[in-house]
Design a binder for this molecule. Structure first.
Ligand code: MV4
Length: 501
């Protein structure tokens, strides 16, 4: 067993700060690395030490393996936490860390390779007796193979890149005549995105739920799950809202899928924190989809209902400790929801809206957590992900959590840039969402209601106040909008909060 004393965080933004917060609580020194675009970033100021590693594009900074290794050795850190994105699922990076005697806070390079290749992952899960989506066990070499397979599994099917994930190199095929062009399109997209054109086939699951399980595995063969996260609400493969428990699962199914997640991790000798993704169809059949070998963006909702600090557990596992919980020790207390706040304009096709934050006031109060990194006067760089913050709430049940999220979104004020906050408010007020009646097609199925821009023009006193503020703005020297900051944000058709008492 090694006691980790100093960790280099090979990441930026909210997740770098999230990791460093736990390090401080564990008396571990923190080292930040940053690009030229991140000189004024908060993660640089939060760390005990910080090193400039290159130019703004991630390929010249946050993805520069040798530079990051060099800084780690120079500053004497014993471990690297990769966060999510960037190098977090890069087997070469994990291997280079091991070679240099640096602890990589994550699984082995072997399992990163195995789970990164979706065909290998499907094979391992099939062997372990985990239900996988019906499809091909190998990559397909020509279109005739596809014709044979659809006799078995029937159309529609999905053609997926072996090196893919997250929607890239994926094609839906509904008609036999589309096969040739779809295979070709998937292949060329896979080649240009991943440098590997192998593709395989899966039966298309219509209107599935995307439900994932958090697992923790120590280096001594102990594996536990920390229940599920319902991640079906996403737009173009970008998640917007996650919640736990899932409104769909029964206690029996929750337990069964949890056991499958544990079996999946054991089958590949997994170590560290990981996530098993499943698709769940309308008849509550579930299928293994992929395994993510990193800490995920949405991990805080799991932390909130289980009481477990996942970053702390990652560090303790990396030190060689035995897991401190047994499965029976864990339960879900109440309900947690996360909304991702993006610097995007929901009323202009979610166009990125980088720029300078003029004013920011974040929600506080009972059951509210924000994981963010922006501050007043901060200029969001164009080079990285547009997610600027995560708003996480807890309630004793789902209704209370929804009401609390609506209250917190109402309190959240950001001016200077456009954000997804008002769109998230509309989702929280959407009757289908409130009923828990949604799947992966929620956004497209509710588009008309969600795009409605219902500002507070019903409230006549607000119109008067708005006019007055406009006048004040005209006579004041500032160019920034005082109006956005002073007025309550739009409420979706003024739907009252759920009465659950
Ligand atoms: C699927 C599917 C239906 N059937 N596979 C999208 C991202 C990638 N990780 C897998 N994805 C899907 N794979 C089969 N066999 C539907 C999706 C999918 C989806 C999955 C999770 C969350 C949102 C989604 C939105 C559209 C399609």
């Amino acid at each position: 067993m090694t006691k980790i004393k100093k960790i280099l965080i090979a990441n930026r933004g909210e997740i770098a700060i999230r990791i460093m917060r736990t390090c401080r609580e564990m008396n571990i020194e923190t080292v930040a690395v940053y690009s030229e675009a991140d000189r004024t970033s908060l993660h640089v100021r939060y760390a005990h030490e910080a090193y400039l590693i290159g130019k703004a594009p991630s390929s010249e900074s946050y993805l520069n393996i040798e530079k990051i290794i060099e800084v780690t050795k120079k500053c004497g850190a014993d471990a690297i936490h990769p966060g999510y994105g960037f190098l977090s699922e890069n087997a070469t990076f994990a291997r280079r860390c091991n070679e240099e005697g640096i602890i990589f806070i994550g699984p082995s390079p072997e399992v990163i390779v195995q789970m990164g290749d979706k065909i290998m992952a499907r094979e391992a899960m099939t062997k372990a007796g985990i239900p996988v989506v019906p499809g091909t066990p190998n990559s397909i070499s020509d279109e005739n193979e596809v014709l044979n397979i659809i006799r078995d599994i029937q159309l529609p099917i999905m053609i997926k890149a072996a090196a893919g994930g997250g929607g890239k190199g994926m094609r839906l095929v509904k008609k036999e005549s589309e096969i040739v062009s779809a295979v070709r399109a998937a292949r060329s997209e896979a080649l240009s995105s991943f440098g590997d054109d192998s593709v395989y086939i899966e039966k298309y699951i219509t209107s599935p739920h995307h439900i994932e399980y958090q697992i923790l595995a120590d280096q001594h063969g102990n594996v536990i799950h920390l229940f599920e996260r319902e991640c079906s609400i996403q737009r173009r493969h970008q998640k917007m809202i996650e919640e736990t428990p899932s409104p769909l699962l029964t206690p029996e199914l929750r337990k069964k899928m949890g056991q499958s997640a544990v079996d999946a991790a054991k089958a590949v000798n997994y170590t560290g924190a990981g996530t098993i993704e499943f698709l769940v169809d309308n008849n509550l059949n579930y299928y293994f989809l992929e395994m993510n070998t990193r800490l995920q963006v949405e991990h805080p909702i799991t932390e909130r209902v289980t009481g477990v600090d996942l970053v702390k557990q990652q560090i303790k596992i990396a030190e060689g400790n035995i897991l401190e919980f047994k499965q029976e020790d864990l339960y879900q207390r109440g309900h947690s929801i996360e909304c991702r706040i993006y610097a995007e304009d929901p009323d202009n096709n979610f166009m990125p809206s980088p720029g300078k934050i003029y004013k920011i006031s974040e929600p506080l109060g009972l059951g509210v957590r924000t994981d963010g990194y922006v501050y007043e006067g901060y200029e969001i760089p164009i080079y990285y992900d547009p997610m600027i913050s995560k708003l996480i709430v807890w309630g004793k049940n789902r209704d209370e959590a929804i009401n609390r999220m609506r209250r917190a979104l109402y309190e959240y004020k950001i001016t200077g840039i456009k954000t997804s906050i008002k769109y998230l408010e509309r989702i929280m007020g959407n009757p289908n969402f409130i009923e828990g009646n949604y799947d992966t097609h929620f956004i497209e199925n509710n588009q008309d209601q969600l795009m409605e821009n219902t500002n507070c023009d019903e409230c006549s006193d607000m119109v008067i106040i708005a006019a007055f503020i406009d006048y004040l703005q005209k006579i004041s020297s500032t160019q920034e909008s005082v109006k956005d900051f002073a007025l309550p944000q739009s409420r979706w058709k003024n739907i009252p909060y759920i009465n659950h008492f």
